[in-house]
Design a protein around this ligand. Structure first.
Ligand code: FCB
Length: 454
């Protein structure tokens, strides 16, 4: 067997990503808490409950785990509904809590990346119409100023809003997130308002902390035609991808918000990203389907031979990650992979997913692109939105009832990657031997000829 190590650039950030509602527990003042209590909203009737009990202090032991596992960064989010439980009433204890976590990260050698919004909203905010109202921009801006004033000496990397496309679509089209509406006009409006809120927050952060780096975390879902020779499949795959992936990064680049038939100028959004945050999980195939008008006449799915995660939620598509990185690079900004990972309760899938994706990430670092960091989703199993506890994304397993953490095999693999700042054949041979022939195919020239995935 050949031996090789793929080295990453010096100073590369290696971490995991979490979000407040998913890990803190006892988040009673946000829209999710009430939503979870409604029958039928969460798979299996699950509740976030104590989640990973970060609010109760277990963030300390989890950040110890991250640091002991060789990570040098952590992405977390602050919970708006704790900091501003009622409009204009700020809770200094909640701000203290986040300052402690961020300091705790720094003390452990973890560079903090802080998201200001990650899906959950204060109840009062949603009651006022949430992101469908123009007032949302000012509310979010005021909240941003409060947080940044407090954390500016400790945090240099800010994500304003996590996955506005996923949020808008799930809350206002598919109805999976609160408030559970199915209204395309509102979906578009929410994306536009989140864009405006981001632009305002971008300026506010820079006014308070000129040297800060500010971006968004963009969810990119790869979409390729099910039958590349079929022009209708090509058409709908392109249409769906451009409606889902492109509008928000596009308006942040040039100030024009384009989605389907809709075109609107939001000039204040132009040039309001210092880095590009990329969340990538999978790529799907799209086939033309006259029966799916609301899904733009396309039906997404995974091919029969796909390597699927435990619940079939994602397929292991490392080349889709490569395409996603190419797409992100099109915006000509430094790139941070703000999320990537797999749901895998037993631990047999994550290592080969990780190996393939880190390999593609390495390819990108070898070009003249600035790829600066990677945040694996996630550190410890946490509350997975409408899918409750049915999906397990952690490097560590969690039994939420007794708060017991158990390391999965992927944790040691990722730790070696972080410590080495690289990926070697030796690591792949030990943790994901099944991926070795595909990732390092030079032993057998026949495989190269057969078109192995680089
Ligand atoms: C992303 C979300 C994150 C988590 C992962 C699995 O879309 O940002 O909170 O749910 O998916």
């Amino acid at each position: 067997m050949i031996r090789a190590t793929h080295h990453f650039p010096k100073g590369f950030l290696w971490g995991t990503a979490t979000s407040s509602h998913q890990v803190e527990g006892d988040n009673r003042s946000n829209d999710w808490w009430a939503w979870e209590a409604e029958p039928g909203k969460i798979l299996g009737g699950h509740r976030s409950g104590m989640a990973c009990d970060w609010w109760g202090g277990r963030w300390e032991e989890d950040l110890d785990r991250a640091a002991d596992a060789g990570q040098n960064a952590h992405r977390l989010s602050v919970e708006w509904s704790r900091i501003e439980q009622e409009p204009g009433r700020w809770d200094p204890a909640a701000l203290d809590f986040y300052e402690q976590i961020v300091q705790g990260a720094l003390d452990r050698g973890l560079t903090p990346v802080v998201s200001l919004h990650h899906f959950s909203n204060p109840v009062w905010f949603l009651d006022q119409g949430g992101w469908t109202k123009p007032g949302s921009v000012e509310h979010f801006d005021r909240f941003t100023a409060k947080v940044v004033e407090r954390l500016k000496d400790k945090v240099g990397l800010w994500v304003t809003i996590n996955e506005p496309n996923v949020y808008a679509y799930n809350a206002y089209s598919s109805g999976l997130f609160p408030p559970g509406e199915e209204d395309l006009q509102k979906t578009i409006l929410v994306m536009a308002n989140m864009t405006r809120a981001h632009a305002a927050a971008y300026r506010t952060i820079h006014a308070i902390q000129p040297e800060a780096m500010v971006g968004m975390a963009h969810h990119y879902r790869g979409m390729r035609p099910a039958h590349p020779k079929n022009p209708l499949d090509r058409l709908v795959a392109g249409l769906r991808s451009s409606a889902f992936n492109d509008p928000i990064p596009g308006v942040l680049r040039d100030g024009i918000f384009r989605i389907l038939w809709h075109r609107k100028r939001i000039p204040e959004a132009r040039g309001t990203q210092d880095f590009f945050g990329l969340n990538y999980y999978t790529e799907e195939e799209v086939a033309f389907s006259p029966n799916h008008p609301t899904e733009l006449f396309g039906q997404g799915g995974f091919p029969a031979q796909a390597d699927l995660s435990s619940t079939g939620f994602i397929a292991n598509e490392p080349l889709g990650f490569w395409r996603a990185l190419n797409w992100a690079h099109g915006f000509r900004l430094p790139i941070y992979v703000t999320e990537n990972g797999a749901e895998d309760p037993y631990g047999g899938f994550r290592p080969r997913y990780l190996a393939g994706h880190i390999r593609q990430l390495w390819r990108a670092t070898n070009l003249s692109w600035q790829v600066c960091g990677y945040f694996h989703w996630t550190l410890v199993d946490n509350f997975e939105w409408e899918r409750g506890w049915s999906q397990r994304w952690g490097l560590w397993a969690l039994d939420p009832e007794i708060q017991l953490r158990t390391k999965r095999p992927g944790a040691d693999f990722y730790a070696e990657i972080c410590r080495e700042n690289g990926l070697s054949t030796d690591m792949v041979a030990r943790y994901a031997p099944e991926a070795l022939p595909q990732l390092f195919p030079v032993d057998d020239p026949g495989q190269l000829a057969a078109g192995a995935s680089f």
